[in-house]
Design a protein around this ligand. Structure first.
Ligand code: NAG
Ligand code: NAG
Length: 137
């Protein structure tokens, strides 16, 4: 009897996880909010069309999450499509270890100072862009 009940409970949980995307979503809601702000700051470019608020941000193009904490740990935006400046919100992804912008010729302006807030950052790559300036003031 006990066993049956727990099996049933387990199955119910399993199915609700599969059927309810909100439950199976790994993405941290704070990270998702920041990523959506970044998308907006870049004027919703086509390259970020997979960044849909209804889906798990850990599945989004260019985004990876840590496998244990599920916090966004890398953002790698390769090949065109982005223009303007790197938005200050990139500094609000506190678990970011890797930040790369590559082949973004229309990306301009100074290096975003808020990047200095990223305490876990191990690699910052700004290659083939038109970003200029210095990392330290
Ligand atoms: C950069 O901007 C120019 C002018 O708006 C446009 O023609 C070009 O396609 C853009 N390049 C990329 C890689 O998006
Ligand atoms: C970016 O830099 C390249 C040279 O590095 C230049 O040819 C191009 O016009 C620049 N694009 C913009 C949008 O400033």
């Amino acid at each position: 009897m006990d066993l049956k009940l727990s099996t049933l409970l387990c199955l119910t949980l399993l199915f609700s996880t599969i059927l309810n995307p909100a439950l199976s979503e790994l993405c941290n809601p704070k990270d998702k909010k920041v990523l959506l702000q970044i998308k907006k700051a870049f004027n919703n470019p086509y390259v970020l069309s997979s960044w849909n608020p209804k889906t798990d941000c850990c599945d989004w193009y260019s985004v990876t999450c840590d496998s244990t904490t599920n916090r966004v740990n890398s953002l790698t935006l390769f090949s065109g499509g982005l223009s303007g400046q790197i938005p200050p919100q990139v500094g609000d992804l506190p678990y970011l270890e890797l930040l790369q912008f590559h082949k973004q010729p229309n990306l301009t302006g100074p290096i975003q100072p808020s990047i200095a807030k990223l305490k876990s950052l191990k690699l910052l790559r700004l290659s083939w862009t038109n970003i200029s300036g210095r990392l330290c003031p």
